[in-house]
Design a protein around this ligand. Structure first.
Ligand SMILES: Cc1cc2nc3c(=O)[nH]c(=O)nc-3n(C[C@H](O)[C@H](O)[C@H](O)COP(=O)(O)OP(=O)(O)OC[C@H]3O[C@@H](n4cnc5c(N)ncnc54)[C@H](O)[C@@H]3O)c2cc1C
Length: 338
């Protein structure tokens, strides 16, 4: 065995001590085992945000060898504060995820790789996943916790304000902007539904249909009865300061001042691998899962936003944890019958 000099020992001791006294996120980072020589796992989880980490904790604690592959682009990354998740209310989204990652990676059964999964293939024993950096891994089971990609409209300023003052969900952010002068970017039934919902948080509401209104006469009458105006002018851009919206600009050179906008932009699956492996989508474009989070392809599970219409951190965590339990049970059944 190599003899270590006293000086070397003191140096190493110093390193250990300084690691122990580092602030939490940095300590957690140093604990992360991002490098792994193992190429074969019980489960590969693609997507290492709230849903994926939650599934990994359950499976890691159930002594399953798990690899998480994550490309680091959760859908809420631009939001300054995440709300409505007890113990973490008002916390920065990345802080919640880092804390979760630190706790999950304390289990030596779980490995984490920062990379993009680019291809999935079915094999005799399960699946192979290749990554953008050229790595190849195999597993008996797959979990997709890959979330959704919101598609921003072609209106200058909307992307910059997304999650800051252009909001998708009043349960997440409505309390903080209650009673403010608020707009709704939507048309047809979507506008009617959103106006009725948001009126719970503010009565100062205007619907912007960005072109001819597609609300029915009945919906329009209901909207007007509640003193909500409908503006049909074509929107060209938002004036904002660091994501804080100030004014809407229209193609006829008029403007409208307001503080908040609600919008439900269309979305697509963040990761196309499940569809390429044959997983079916619902009409809404979500991965179709049964009550046990199983997709329509054997041995592939999905959780979080990618498979659930209720988009929230607690829901992602809950479905992730359930997926861990259901998938572990499936493996126990298979192995017990062997
Ligand atoms: C603007 C905004 C604000 C929000 N605010 C709140 C809030 O205040 N409170 C609340 O409860 N909810 C909020 N939500 C909802 C919440 O953020 C989501 O429900 C939650 O992030 C879903 O978690 P998830 O793990 O399913 O997906 P995500 O958090 O979106 O994570 C998916 C992960 O998968 C990774 N990934 C995707 N494809 C691949 C691939 N091929 N290879 C490797 N990795 C991949 C992504 O990089 C990402 O890290 C907000 C959402 C948005 C859009």
């Amino acid at each position: 065995m190599k003899k270590i000099s006293r000086r070397e020992l003191i140096k190493q001791g110093g390193l250990v001590l300084s690691v122990l006294t580092l602030p939490f996120p940095l300590t957690a980072f140093l604990n992360f085992n991002e490098m792994t020589d193992n190429k074969n796992f019980d489960v590969i989880i693609i997507g290492g945000s709230y849903a994926g980490l939650s599934a990994a904790m359950t499976l890691g604690r159930a002594l399953r060898n798990v690899l998480i592959i994550d490309s680091g682009l959760p859908c809420n990354r631009q939001t300054p504060h995440s709300h409505n998740f007890i113990t973490q209310d008002g916390e920065k989204p990345s802080v919640i995820a880092e804390k979760a990652k630190g706790q999950v990676l304390k289990y030596d059964t779980v490995k984490f790789l920062t990379d993009l999964a680019v291809k999935g293939t079915k094999t005799d024993k399960g699946f192979e996943i290749s990554t953008q950096s050229g790595k190849l891994f195999s597993a008996r089971k797959l979990i997709f916790a890959t979330g959704l990609k919101d598609i921003m409209p072609n209106i200058k300023g909307v992307s910059e304000c997304w999650g800051i003052t252009v909001l998708h969900c009043p349960y997440c952010h409505g309390y903080e902007v209650k009673n403010q002068k608020t707009g709704i970017f939507a048309n047809g039934y979507g506008a009617f539904h959103l106006a009725r919902l948001i009126r719970n948080w503010t009565k100062d509401l205007t619907i912007f249909t960005n072109g001819k209104s597609e609300l029915t006469q009945e919906q329009t009458d209901e909207i007007k009865r509640h003193n909500i105006s409908i503006v049909e002018r074509e929107i060209t851009s938002l004036k904002h300061k660091d994501g804080v919206v100030e004014e809407i600009f229209f193609s006829d050179n008029t403007t409208f001042q307001l503080k908040v906008i609600y919008s439900r932009p269309p979305f697509e699956q963040h990761c196309k691998i499940p569809e390429l492996l044959g997983c079916e989508l619902t009409e809404q474009g979500l991965l179709k899962v049964d009550a046990f989070q199983k997709t329509t392809v054997d041995n592939i599970f999905a959780c979080g936003d990618s498979a659930n219409p209720l988009r929230s951190v607690p829901y992602a965590v809950s479905t992730g944890s359930n997926t861990g339990v259901f998938l572990n049970n499936a493996m126990i059944e298979e192995d017990f019958l062997k």
